[in-house]
Design a protein around this ligand. Sequence first.
Ligand code: MET
Length: 391
Amino acid sequence: MTRKYKQFETAVIHEGYDSKKHLGSLATPLFQTSTFTFENAEQGERRFAGMEDGYIYSRLGNPTVQVLEEKIAALEGGEAGLAFGSGMAAVSAVLFALTKTDDHILCSQGLYGCTFGLLQLMKNKYRIAHDFCEMNTEEQVRKMIRPETTCIYVETPINPTMKMIDLQMVVRVAKEYNVTVVVDNTFSTPYLQRPLEYGCDIVLHSATKYLCGHGDVVAGLVVGKKDFMTHIAGTTQKDIGGIISPFDAWLLLRGIKTLPVRMDRHSANAMAIFHELKKHPKVKKVYYPGDDASPDHYIMQKQMKHGGGLISFELHGTKQDAQDFLNKLKLIKIAVSLGDAETLIQHPATMTHSAVPEDSREQMGISDQLVRLSVGLEAWQDVWQDLQQAF
Ligand code: MET
């Protein structure tokens, strides 16, 4: 779907919705309904047979949800979008649609803990294999692609290590082997990074995070080619059924309108805090895509608008020292999730990535002293003051 509104700031507000079709309602109407009535039995038959357009049942389509799906497709620059009840419902719908028994998935070295868990489930229950790859060079990727590899699945920046993957490089290799590239774009959102523009095939989100922005929705979104999205809609989405509720879609539409303004502020706040953290003697190492001394910085520069609102950092000492540090915070809330107005902090080794066995966590670079900070929209000086007193 080509964007009707070229400027992103205008697109987040206007794409996917025409008030003239809805009695002039400025806000998208909320169709909070489970089902849609047919005028007669024959109309029901025609709709089920796909011979007549129109709604049937909200698991198969809902007008509020459809506005959201069209908006995210336009924002990511893809042909079609689909909404789900959680980020993991989106990830699982995509991965199950792309693979069958004896296939292989090549993953970035580092993934969200529940995505890691899903891959274990796929391996143990359905014999769908996977490997992790640093993906620093074409050679590394090429070496790990097998004849059974159907897809490459990456996060960039990676949760929670903030390592960047060069999407153009991955796409070059994937095209040689006819492998589908799937990108989890949750940390960046389409405002900062649009993977489809680099030739990736599918982009997905935990919309719970920056897209929502207000910590009151759990949802997932997927964008890709129309044929593939129709395939997912008619298979893993319809029959596994992890759909979004119309009300949550409505809240997301509300949140997305302010995405660019929020992301700019998150990023400016994070940059200010990053500079302070870098200087602090209690901090061993800071991971932030906006760090111009990081080896990944050139990827961030070519791929992202700016560094975003997430920073991970390692403290000196032990796991208990990291936990004690979290316990001393007053303004900053200890919580998983990210992208909210409130600054949140969490301990990946015992929280978001606790399902990942210790050796795999080590390979991913998640130590017991690592904490992940989602910098909110407060005055950054207040956030820094809280961190400082906890140090
Ligand atoms: C249940 S833990 C996770 C939530 C979210 N995916 C995060 O990384 O914070």
